[in-house]
Each structure stands twice: as structure tokens, then as C-alpha cells.
Design a protein around this ligand. Structure first.
Ligand SMILES: [Zn+2]
Length: 462
């Protein structure tokens, strides 16, 4: 009997399992932010300070605008489902045509009007906002900055720095979080994490998480250097297989009926369809007029030291003056510059190293001119002077072009001063270009040139 009852109980258990098994869900993704030097309160403070700076430069819709009011309501609803540490989220709409969105540490979230125009349904817009909220939850920007800071100073020193007022200390470390800041550009890993956390937020708020992936994939299909989503993918690089990984995460959650578009969303969609937001180029022109400027640093802080050290990047190796810094990592575009030569949105001294994929099959010459056009679109003051020249760097054929520009550093009389840019584009095996833009004020260019040339001579493509 005893045996029998065991057997029966075993059967019952087995049956119970087989009934439950189809609904036994894998655990949903648990957000675990990476190691971070900053406290939550410091992040909130950084977010406040940076948003004040950012908002001076970007054309925002009014807080009383119906579009802003709608986004704030939707954002607040989503943020109320944000997991982990809580932040004071704010939501604002930038009157910009290109599709983009970004979040500052500690809660400020910005979305371009173009993103709302491009969203096919409310879940897609909610998807973008949830993805941005997730970057805040995961503390991606401050974690990246922490990593950079640690590479620059021993923890003991940093600990002391971080305890005091934070703004000046961050500046000392060359860290800022404004528009165009390196730390707001996410890694593919950060992107996957933001998609996973965003999936949970959408699900808990009643929106279909798969629409977030649908929207990103739709943008991805049109992404290219000139596309309206180019900036989005520069800040939020495609981690690949978005739809599949979101679907997999959705499968860990029980089935649910998602909500349809609200009447408010439909009304806002027809409002934004009639609006004419500014292009990035128009905004850049406005910023130039307003004078996006840096203060001149003493030359001792700029002058390249004569000792060089090496950087091993995934696609190249270069040596650079020991007293300059690398902003970026082994797989991203990098800026190598003296700390005092960079600000959140401008480079006054140093070099940018990046890759460019030309349209179609282009000769080195064509590819270089396509690249030049793209650079000039982004910076309308950039003008080529003289002719481009053929050049070889350690056996690799390339083109060299001298450019004139306007320096972000004001002249002593408060007027503008000229900048000299030296563009070197090298052909890679796969038809893309690796290019370098060396930057200095015109008056200091001759003094910087030997360092620029030495860096270029040390460059080896992999
Ligand atoms: Zn992202």
C-alpha cells in the first residue's frame, strides 16, 4: 500500500508538472547595473546640471505644448514601471526632424519630434521612451564614465574627488554628459540591456514590447550616413537580432492583451504631421550663431608631450602623446586629445579617428569626397583649401585634405578664430575608409603639426 501511495503521489506530481510545465516561465531579465563610481544622488545632480546646459542649446517645444504634455504623461506612466533604483524622470520634446532620443544620467529624457512623426503606433513611441528610461535604470552613461575615470586615476584619488562638488572634478577628468558626449553613446551590450529592461517596462505598462523592436528595425532598414535615423544609431548602435531577443524576453512573461492606441495618441499624431521641425543642420547653424564656445586653455595643458604611448584598437594601432587621452574604446570611434582641448560638444585640439562606409563601390577618391561631404553637412563652416593629395601611411594608400573651419575657442577680442583641420582618409581592404581629422586653432597648427605627423606615421591598420 505504501508503495502504491508513493506511486500515486508520484503520478500526481508528474501530472501536475506536465500541466504546469507549459506555463513555467523562464525568469524575466533582471537589471543589474555595472560597477559605478557615482551615487544615485550624484547622478541626479549631474542630470540636472547637464540638462540646463543641453536645453540652452536645443530647440525644445514648450512645456505647455500639447505634444510635450502628451509625451510627459506617457513617459510618467512608463517610468512608474521602471525597475530598480528610482529616479526623477522628466520628458521633453526637441523640435528636430531627425529620429532620435537620448537620456541623461539621473532621469532627463529627450525625444525628437521626428521620432513621434515616425512612430506608427503608440507602442512604438512608448518603446523608444522605455528604451531611454532603461539606459537611466542601467546607469549606462555613468558606468562608462566610471570606467574611463578609473583608467585615468587610481580609485583612491577618485574616491576623494567624487566626495566633493562634482562638476569641476568631472571636468578635470575630461568627463561630461552633454549632447554629443562620448558617454551618451552606448555600446551594443548597453543597447541589448536597454531593450530587455524596456521590454519589461512596456509589458508592465500594457504596451506590446515587440513594437519597440519593430520600430528600431524599421529605422535600421533606412539607416545610412545621410538617413534621418543616422544619429540615433550613432548613439544607440544596433546590437543585432533585436526582434528575436525582444520576442525571447516576451516569451518569459505570461500572455497578455496589449492596449491599442489611445485617442490622445491619434490626436497628437495628426498634430505632429502638420509640424515642420528643424533639421540637425539648421540647429547646428543656430548653435553657431549663439556661439557654442570653449574657453581657451593655457598652452601648457594642450602642448603634446614628447613621450608617446600606444593605443591598440580593433582595427588600428597608433601612438599618441602621453599627456593626451583616448576618449572611446577599442571598437568605437575615438578622439585622442588633451583634456583641455575637448568639451562636451566640441573639439578644439586633437584628432578624431573614425570609419566611413561609402555608398556603393567607390574609388578611394570618390569615397574621400563622399566623406568630406558628410563631414561638411555636419559642420557647415568646414571648407576644403587647396587640392587633395595622395599619401601613403605605412604602405596604405590614402588622401590628405587641408580644411579651414571655425574654432570653438573664441579669439581674445571675443570674435571667432580660425581653425585648421587636416583630414587623412585611408582605404581599407573592404572598401571602407579609416579617417583621421587632426584639429587645432589655425594659430597653433604649426606648433601641433609635428605631433600630428608623428601620430600619423605610427598608424598601422589591422
Ligand atoms: Zn539605446
Amino acid at each position: 500500500m505504501r508503495r502504491h501511495s508513493f506511486f500515486v503521489r508520484g503520478m500526481a506530481l508528474a501530472m501536475m508538472f506536465s500541466m504546469v510545465a507549459p506555463q513555467l516561465l523562464e525568469a524575466r531579465y533582471k537589471p543589474k547595473p555595472a560597477w559605478n563610481l557615482f551615487s544615485r544622488d550624484q547622478e541626479v545632480q549631474i542630470g540636472k546640471e547637464t540638462s540646463a546646459e543641453v536645453e540652452k542649446k536645443l530647440p525644445l517645444l514648450n512645456d505647455s505644448d500639447p505634444v510635450t504634455r502628451y509625451v510627459q504623461k506617457l513617459g510618467a506612466q512608463l517610468a512608474s514601471h521602471a525597475p530598480g533604483q528610482q529616479y526623477p524622470y522628466t520628458f521633453k520634446v526637441i523640435n528636430q526632424k531627425e529620429i532620435n532620443a537620448f537620456a541623461l544620467p539621473g532621469g532627463p529624457v529627450y525625444v525628437n519630434l521626428g521620432t513621434i512623426q515616425a512612430a506608427d503606433n503608440e507602442a512604438q513611441l512608448a518603446g523608444v521612451l522605455s528604451h531611454e528610461i532603461s539606459h537611466v535604470v542601467m546607469r549606462h552613461a555613468t558606468a562608462a564614465a566610471s570606467k574611463q575615470a578609473l583608467a585615468q586615476a587610481p580609485l583612491a584619488i577618485l574616491g576623494g574627488l567624487m566626495g566633493r562638488g562634482i562638476g569641476a572634478q568631472l571636468a578635470q577628468l575630461g568627463i561630461s554628459f552633454g549632447v554629443g558626449s562620448y558617454f551618451l553613446r552606448n555600446t551594443r551590450k548597453a543597447e541589448s540591456e536597454a531593450d530587455l529592461v524596456g521590454t519589461g517596462i512596456l509589458y508592465d505598462s500594457g504596451y506590446d514590447p515587440r513594437q519597440m523592436a519593430v520600430f528600431f528595425d524599421k529605422l535600421g532598414k533606412e539607416s545610412g550616413s545621410g538617413s534621418r535615423a543616422a544619429e540615433f544609431f550613432s548613439d544607440h548602435p544596433n546590437p543585432g537580432n533585436r526582434a528575436a531577443s525582444v520576442s525571447k524576453e516576451v516569451a518569459t512573461l505570461s500572455a497578455k492583451k496589449y492596449q491599442a492606441d489611445s485617442a490622445e495618441f491619434r490626436s497628437i499624431k495628426s498634430t505632429v504631421a502638420g509640424m515642420k521641425p528643424l533639421s540637425a543642420q539648421e540647429i547646428a547653424a543656430l548653435q553657431k550663431q549663439a556661439g557654442g564656445t570653449m574657453t581657451a586653455a593655457p598652452s601648457s595643458e594642450i602642448t603634446p608631450s614628447s613621450t608617446y604611448k600606444a593605443m591598440e584598437h580593433d582595427v588600428f594601432r597608433i601612438t599618441y602623446p602621453e599627456n593626451w587621452q583616448v576618449f572611446g574604446d577599442n571598437s568605437s570611434s575615438v578622439t585622442i586629445a588633451p583634456k583641455a582641448g575637448v568639451s562636451e560638444n566640441a573639439l578644439a585640439y586633437g584628432v578624431i579617428i573614425n570609419a566611413y562606409q561609402p555608398e556603393g563601390r567607390a574609388s578611394l577618391d570618390d569615397a574621400t569626397h563622399q566623406l568630406l561631404k558628410v563631414l561638411q553637412q555636419a559642420d557647415s563652416n568646414m571648407k576644403a583649401v587647396g587640392h587633395d593629395e595622395d599619401i601613403r601611411v605605412n604602405g596604405v594608400p590614402g588622401k590628405s585634405i587641408d580644411l579651414l573651419n571655425v574654432s570653438p575657442i573664441r579669439a581674445q577680442d571675443g570674435g571667432t578664430q580660425r581653425e585648421r583641420d587636416w583630414l587623412v582618409a585611408l582605404g581599407r581592404q573592404d572598401g571602407s575608409l579609416l579617417y583621421l581629422v587632426f584639429v587645432s586653432t589655425e594659430k597653433d597648427f604649426d606648433q601641433m603639426r609635428p605631433a600630428f605627423e608623428r601620430m600619423l606615421r605610427s598608424l598601422h591598420l589591422k
